[in-house]
Design a protein around this ligand. Structure first.
Ligand code: ZN
Length: 413
């Protein structure tokens, strides 16, 4: 009989929910006592494995099982949640990872060193800065000045809050040493979207995380009286925004599969019922897994906006709010993930991730990375309604276990 017990993962996740949640959902917000309680609970669960447990300079929590080689396989997730969050986001990765870790430990010294990591403050729920621990380790935390200024709702600064947990902002990036021998990184996560459920598939292999282009598109026309200005003499800023909002469907279709574009809002000035709109500020979010396609999406949007501005005799201006390049996971590991999923579920599907994850940071640091998604019911997450069928949770533990075995064999070969 296999020492892997996927039903134990489900039982432990329920135990963690009891311990750190209430009637509104999970309350494991990073840098709070409840979060620390979750970390201590996890440490207790892994005591029997003989693995060494440590915290690094960013308060990422590590368990290490020394192998015959110094090369390291990392399995990761995050125990922190948003306020009133779901029971699975992040926690599934760590708890399932601990089950796989236990199985490997029971078999004796592994061919390579195996480490489980629970990243600190993935969600950024308290200070609005996500991926704290993983970006510190990956070397991409270069916003120390901004981090120093962040405060929570009660006016407590980020340096004070993390200081209460033994973390010094200026030293957080020393966590980078933890990745020095990392040869592969695996992360299981709930999908947090509707794709796998709509295909009736329990599991999928993740290709990478979307690149994002976010802009504020400002349209400028002329305010004019709604009664006295004939229709053909208006310079209506909202007309440009309206045309773009509808054109986004065509822009996405022209770029092809996987493109998503959203106009998340338009604010109009003067914004009164008796005036033509003079200024319309429109929010635009465009995403693609392929960098060239993402650039094409933006180019297309700009060209269309130029045309609409001419048609409406108004001006248009693009201002970038934020962007990030697509992060592609490792081809070899994607194949291993696919094979593992096929073995336990009969069929796999490859899909991109809309949300960013700690895995994106690790991948950015140049470490071969892959994620496995398990179906989310109704695509819901960051709410207490977040859920996944227990049979699918158990399949996900099995898939992660097989993926870990295949990756160890790959690293040892
Ligand atoms: Zn998460």
């Amino acid at each position: 009989m296999s020492p892997l017990d996927p039903s134990r993962t489900v039982a432990e996740l329920k135990e963690l929910r009891e311990l750190t949640g209430d009637e509104d959902g999970a309350q494991r917000v990073a840098w709070t006592d409840t979060w620390v309680q979750a970390q201590e609970w996890m440490a207790e669960k892994l005591k029997g494995t003989g693995a060494e447990m440590t915290f690094d300079e960013a308060r990422n929590q590590w368990w290490t099982l020394r192998g015959r080689s110094e090369k390291e396989l990392l399995i990761g997730g995050h125990l922190d949640s948003v306020p009133n969050g779901g029971w699975l986001d992040g926690a599934l990765n760590v708890v399932a990872g601990s089950e796989v870790f236990r199985r490997i430990a029971e078999e004796g010294e592994p061919p390579v060193t195996v480490r489980l990591v629970s990243w600190a403050d993935e969600e950024g729920a308290r200070f609005g800065r996500s991926l704290f621990g993983s970006s510190a380790a990956a070397g991409s935390m270069n916003d120390h000045d901004e981090l120093r200024e962040l405060t929570d709702r009660d006016g407590i600064s980020l340096p004070d809050a993390i200081g209460a947990h033994g973390v010094e902002l200026g030293r957080a990036t020393e966590a980078g040493e933890q990745l020095a021998k990392a040869a592969a990184y695996l992360e299981l996560h709930i999908e947090q979207g509707p794709v796998l459920e709509s295909m009736d598939l329990p599991l999928g292999a993740v290709l990478g995380t979307y690149g994002v282009e976010r802009h504020r598109v400002t349209w400028r026309g002329q305010a004019a009286h709604a009664g006295s200005t004939p229709m053909d003499q208006r310079r209506d800023a909202l007309a440009g925004a309206a045309k773009l909002a509808l054109e986004l469907r065509e822009i996405a279709a022209r770029t092809g599969e996987g493109a998503v574009c959203t106009s998340g809002g338009v604010v109009c000035f003067p914004g009164i019922v008796t005036s033509v709109v003079e200024t319309a500020e429109q929010l635009l979010d465009q995403r693609h897994l392929n960098a060239a396609s993402l650039a094409a999406l933006l180019e297309d949007a700009k060209a269309c906006c130029g045309r609409f501005a001419e048609e409406e005799r108004i001006d248009v201006e693009f201002e970038r709010i934020w962007n990030i390049e697509p992060i592609l996971f490792d081809d070899e590991l994607i194949q291993l993930a696919d094979a593992s999923i096929q073995e336990v579920a009969g069929q796999s599907h490859r899909l991109p991730s809309g949300p960013l994850h700690d895995a994106a940071e690790v991948s950015r640091a140049g470490i071969p990375t892959v994620m496995v998604f398990v179906q989310s019911l109704r695509g819901l997450s960051h709410t207490k309604l977040e859920d996944t069928k227990e049979e699918h949770l158990e399949l996900s533990v099995e898939a992660l276990d097989r993926l870990a075995s295949k990756t160890i064999a790959w690293l040892a070969s």
